[in-house]
Design a protein around this ligand. Sequence first.
Ligand SMILES: O=C(O)[C@H](O)[C@@H](O)[C@H](O)[C@H](O)COP(=O)(O)O
Length: 244
Amino acid sequence: MTTEPLIEVHDDAAALATAVAGELLVRIADAQSAGRVPAVVLTGGSIADAVHAEVARLGTSGEVDWSRVALWWGDERFVASGSEDRNAGQARAAFIDALGVPAEHVHEVPSSDDVASAEEAAERYAAELAEHGADGFEVLMLGVGPDGHVASLFPGFDELEEQERAVVAVHDSPKPPSDRVTLTFPTLGRARSTWFLVSGEAKADAVARALSPATTTPAQTPASVPRGQVETTWFLDRPAASHL
Ligand SMILES: O=C(O)[C@H](O)[C@@H](O)[C@H](O)[C@H](O)COP(=O)(O)O
Protein backbone atom coordinates (compact mmCIF):
# COMPACT_ATOMS: atom_id res chain seq x y z
CA MET A 1 0.00 0.00 0.00
CA THR A 2 1.51 3.34 -0.92
CA THR A 3 0.47 6.15 1.38
CA GLU A 4 -0.53 9.41 -0.29
CA PRO A 5 1.67 12.20 1.08
CA LEU A 6 0.30 14.58 3.68
CA ILE A 7 1.59 18.14 3.50
CA GLU A 8 2.11 20.35 6.56
CA VAL A 9 3.24 23.95 5.93
CA HIS A 10 4.72 26.12 8.68
CA ASP A 11 5.58 29.81 8.58
CA ASP A 12 9.34 29.43 8.75
CA ALA A 13 12.20 27.06 9.56
CA ALA A 14 11.94 27.62 13.30
CA ALA A 15 8.24 26.78 13.41
CA LEU A 16 8.90 23.79 11.16
CA ALA A 17 11.63 22.47 13.47
CA THR A 18 9.45 22.87 16.55
CA ALA A 19 6.55 21.07 14.89
CA VAL A 20 8.68 18.16 13.70
CA ALA A 21 10.41 17.75 17.07
CA GLY A 22 7.08 17.85 18.89
CA GLU A 23 5.53 15.27 16.58
CA LEU A 24 8.59 13.04 16.83
CA LEU A 25 8.36 12.99 20.63
CA VAL A 26 4.68 12.08 20.41
CA ARG A 27 5.41 9.22 17.98
CA ILE A 28 8.21 7.86 20.16
CA ALA A 29 6.03 8.03 23.29
CA ASP A 30 3.11 6.37 21.50
CA ALA A 31 5.34 3.56 20.25
CA GLN A 32 6.72 3.03 23.74
CA SER A 33 3.21 2.97 25.16
CA ALA A 34 2.49 0.21 22.65
CA GLY A 35 5.46 -1.75 23.98
CA ARG A 36 7.85 -1.03 21.11
CA VAL A 37 11.40 0.31 21.24
CA PRO A 38 11.01 2.76 18.36
CA ALA A 39 13.78 2.99 15.78
CA VAL A 40 14.20 6.51 14.43
CA VAL A 41 16.27 7.26 11.34
CA LEU A 42 17.96 10.63 11.47
CA THR A 43 19.12 12.74 8.57
CA GLY A 44 21.85 15.28 8.10
CA GLY A 45 21.48 18.84 6.96
CA SER A 46 20.58 22.22 8.33
CA ILE A 47 16.87 21.75 9.04
CA ALA A 48 17.76 18.49 10.78
CA ASP A 49 20.12 20.44 13.03
CA ALA A 50 17.25 22.76 13.95
CA VAL A 51 14.98 19.79 14.66
CA HIS A 52 17.65 18.17 16.83
CA ALA A 53 18.02 21.35 18.88
CA GLU A 54 14.26 21.36 19.48
CA VAL A 55 14.32 17.68 20.45
CA ALA A 56 16.92 18.56 23.07
CA ARG A 57 14.77 21.45 24.32
CA LEU A 58 11.46 19.58 24.36
CA GLY A 59 12.76 16.07 25.04
CA THR A 60 13.25 16.44 28.77
CA SER A 61 9.50 16.74 29.47
CA GLY A 62 9.32 13.09 30.57
CA GLU A 63 6.98 11.76 27.89
CA VAL A 64 9.82 9.78 26.26
CA ASP A 65 11.97 7.11 27.94
CA TRP A 66 15.25 7.78 26.11
CA SER A 67 16.68 4.47 27.29
CA ARG A 68 14.14 2.79 24.97
CA VAL A 69 14.83 4.52 21.65
CA ALA A 70 17.08 3.26 18.85
CA LEU A 71 18.74 5.75 16.51
CA TRP A 72 19.99 5.14 12.97
CA TRP A 73 21.12 7.36 10.10
CA GLY A 74 19.75 7.46 6.56
CA ASP A 75 23.16 8.46 5.33
CA GLU A 76 26.55 9.49 6.62
CA ARG A 77 29.64 11.12 5.31
CA PHE A 78 32.61 8.76 5.08
CA VAL A 79 34.99 10.93 7.10
CA ALA A 80 36.79 10.67 10.44
CA SER A 81 34.52 10.09 13.43
CA GLY A 82 35.55 13.41 14.95
CA SER A 83 34.96 15.39 11.77
CA GLU A 84 32.44 18.20 11.97
CA ASP A 85 31.01 16.78 8.75
CA ARG A 86 29.73 13.67 10.51
CA ASN A 87 25.93 13.63 10.79
CA ALA A 88 26.25 11.45 13.90
CA GLY A 89 28.60 13.88 15.61
CA GLN A 90 26.22 16.75 14.97
CA ALA A 91 23.27 14.80 16.37
CA ARG A 92 25.22 13.62 19.42
CA ALA A 93 26.21 17.17 20.24
CA ALA A 94 22.70 18.48 19.63
CA PHE A 95 20.61 16.02 21.66
CA ILE A 96 21.76 12.40 21.88
CA ASP A 97 24.36 12.84 24.59
CA ALA A 98 22.21 15.28 26.58
CA LEU A 99 19.16 12.98 26.61
CA GLY A 100 21.16 9.88 27.49
CA VAL A 101 20.33 7.44 24.72
CA PRO A 102 22.27 4.26 25.59
CA ALA A 103 25.36 3.70 23.44
CA GLU A 104 24.11 0.30 22.29
CA HIS A 105 21.03 2.00 20.80
CA VAL A 106 22.97 4.61 18.82
CA HIS A 107 23.82 2.93 15.53
CA GLU A 108 26.42 5.08 13.81
CA VAL A 109 27.71 4.32 10.33
CA PRO A 110 31.39 3.27 10.61
CA SER A 111 33.75 6.19 9.96
CA SER A 112 37.00 6.39 8.04
CA ASP A 113 38.71 5.82 11.40
CA ASP A 114 36.89 2.48 11.78
CA VAL A 115 37.20 0.93 8.31
CA ALA A 116 39.28 1.36 5.19
CA SER A 117 36.55 2.17 2.68
CA ALA A 118 33.00 3.45 2.34
CA GLU A 119 32.16 0.05 0.84
CA GLU A 120 33.27 -1.69 4.01
CA ALA A 121 31.33 0.83 6.10
CA ALA A 122 28.22 0.08 4.03
CA GLU A 123 28.66 -3.68 4.46
CA ARG A 124 29.10 -3.31 8.22
CA TYR A 125 26.07 -1.03 8.54
CA ALA A 126 23.95 -3.44 6.51
CA ALA A 127 24.98 -6.23 8.87
CA GLU A 128 24.11 -4.08 11.89
CA LEU A 129 20.73 -3.30 10.35
CA ALA A 130 20.11 -7.00 9.74
CA GLU A 131 20.95 -7.79 13.36
CA HIS A 132 19.39 -4.85 15.20
CA GLY A 133 17.06 -3.15 12.72
CA ALA A 134 15.21 -6.08 11.26
CA ASP A 135 11.84 -4.79 12.48
CA GLY A 136 12.09 -1.67 10.37
CA PHE A 137 11.73 1.92 11.48
CA GLU A 138 9.08 3.84 13.43
CA VAL A 139 9.98 7.18 11.86
CA LEU A 140 12.33 7.90 8.97
CA MET A 141 13.32 11.55 8.57
CA LEU A 142 14.76 12.78 5.29
CA GLY A 143 16.12 16.16 4.31
CA VAL A 144 15.83 17.08 0.63
CA GLY A 145 18.46 18.76 -1.50
CA PRO A 146 17.77 21.48 -4.10
CA ASP A 147 18.39 18.78 -6.74
CA GLY A 148 15.81 16.51 -5.14
CA HIS A 149 18.25 14.12 -3.46
CA VAL A 150 17.39 12.35 -0.22
CA ALA A 151 19.92 10.72 2.09
CA SER A 152 22.89 10.36 -0.27
CA LEU A 153 20.81 9.18 -3.20
CA PHE A 154 21.55 11.76 -5.88
CA PRO A 155 19.83 12.31 -9.24
CA GLY A 156 21.29 10.14 -11.97
CA PHE A 157 23.51 8.08 -9.65
CA ASP A 158 23.67 4.28 -10.02
CA GLU A 159 22.79 3.80 -6.34
CA LEU A 160 19.19 4.77 -7.17
CA GLU A 161 18.87 1.42 -8.98
CA GLU A 162 20.06 -0.70 -6.05
CA GLN A 163 17.39 -3.21 -5.04
CA GLU A 164 19.46 -5.92 -3.31
CA ARG A 165 21.87 -4.27 -0.90
CA ALA A 166 20.45 -2.41 2.09
CA VAL A 167 23.32 0.08 2.32
CA VAL A 168 25.80 1.25 -0.31
CA ALA A 169 28.79 3.53 -0.70
CA VAL A 170 28.54 6.73 -2.74
CA HIS A 171 31.51 8.47 -4.34
CA ASP A 172 31.79 11.79 -6.14
CA SER A 173 28.79 13.14 -4.28
CA PRO A 174 27.73 16.49 -5.78
CA LYS A 175 27.25 17.62 -2.19
CA PRO A 176 30.56 17.56 -0.29
CA PRO A 177 32.06 15.59 1.23
CA SER A 178 32.29 13.34 -1.77
CA ASP A 179 32.48 9.92 -0.09
CA ARG A 180 29.35 8.78 1.69
CA VAL A 181 27.32 5.81 2.86
CA THR A 182 23.58 5.69 2.27
CA LEU A 183 20.56 3.50 2.88
CA THR A 184 19.08 2.38 -0.42
CA PHE A 185 15.48 2.82 -1.52
CA PRO A 186 14.42 -0.67 -0.36
CA THR A 187 15.69 0.13 3.13
CA LEU A 188 14.16 3.60 3.15
CA GLY A 189 10.89 1.82 2.38
CA ARG A 190 10.98 -0.04 5.70
CA ALA A 191 9.53 2.81 7.77
CA ARG A 192 6.05 3.08 9.25
CA SER A 193 6.19 6.88 8.93
CA THR A 194 8.36 8.66 6.39
CA TRP A 195 8.84 12.38 6.96
CA PHE A 196 10.45 14.85 4.59
CA LEU A 197 11.81 17.94 6.33
CA VAL A 198 12.26 20.81 3.89
CA SER A 199 13.00 24.48 4.43
CA GLY A 200 13.79 27.29 2.02
CA GLU A 201 12.95 28.59 -1.44
CA ALA A 202 15.93 26.75 -2.92
CA LYS A 203 14.07 23.46 -2.39
CA ALA A 204 10.68 24.63 -3.72
CA ASP A 205 11.17 23.19 -7.20
CA ALA A 206 12.40 19.85 -5.86
CA VAL A 207 9.41 19.68 -3.51
CA ALA A 208 6.98 20.43 -6.34
CA ARG A 209 8.58 17.77 -8.55
CA ALA A 210 8.66 15.17 -5.78
CA LEU A 211 4.98 15.77 -5.04
CA SER A 212 4.07 15.44 -8.72
CA PRO A 213 5.62 12.05 -9.47
CA ALA A 214 3.87 11.90 -12.83
CA THR A 215 5.97 14.84 -13.98
CA THR A 216 9.34 13.44 -12.94
CA THR A 217 11.28 10.20 -12.59
CA PRO A 218 13.15 8.67 -9.64
CA ALA A 219 16.38 9.31 -11.50
CA GLN A 220 15.52 13.01 -11.79
CA THR A 221 13.96 13.40 -8.33
CA PRO A 222 14.92 10.74 -5.78
CA ALA A 223 12.69 12.48 -3.20
CA SER A 224 9.68 11.29 -5.24
CA VAL A 225 10.33 7.68 -4.25
CA PRO A 226 10.28 7.06 -0.46
CA ARG A 227 6.88 6.33 1.06
CA GLY A 228 5.98 5.30 4.60
CA GLN A 229 4.21 2.00 5.10
CA VAL A 230 1.58 3.79 7.20
CA GLU A 231 2.18 7.51 6.61
CA THR A 232 4.16 9.88 4.39
CA THR A 233 4.32 13.51 5.49
CA TRP A 234 6.07 16.52 4.02
CA PHE A 235 6.92 19.04 6.72
CA LEU A 236 7.57 22.29 4.85
CA ASP A 237 8.07 25.94 5.59
CA ARG A 238 6.30 28.48 3.36
CA PRO A 239 9.29 29.15 1.08
CA ALA A 240 9.79 25.42 0.44
CA ALA A 241 6.07 25.07 -0.33
CA SER A 242 5.96 28.10 -2.61
CA HIS A 243 5.89 26.15 -5.88
CA LEU A 244 3.02 23.86 -4.91
O1 LIG B 1 24.22 14.01 4.74
C1 LIG B 1 23.53 14.85 4.18
O2 LIG B 1 23.99 15.82 3.58
C2 LIG B 1 22.05 14.76 4.29
O3 LIG B 1 21.57 13.62 4.74
C3 LIG B 1 21.38 15.26 3.05
O4 LIG B 1 20.53 14.33 2.43
C4 LIG B 1 20.58 16.45 3.52
O5 LIG B 1 19.50 16.01 4.33
C5 LIG B 1 20.06 17.27 2.37
O6 LIG B 1 21.14 17.61 1.53
C6 LIG B 1 19.39 18.55 2.89
O7 LIG B 1 20.36 19.29 3.58
P1 LIG B 1 20.02 20.81 4.03
O8 LIG B 1 18.81 20.71 4.93
O9 LIG B 1 21.25 21.29 4.73
O10 LIG B 1 19.73 21.56 2.76
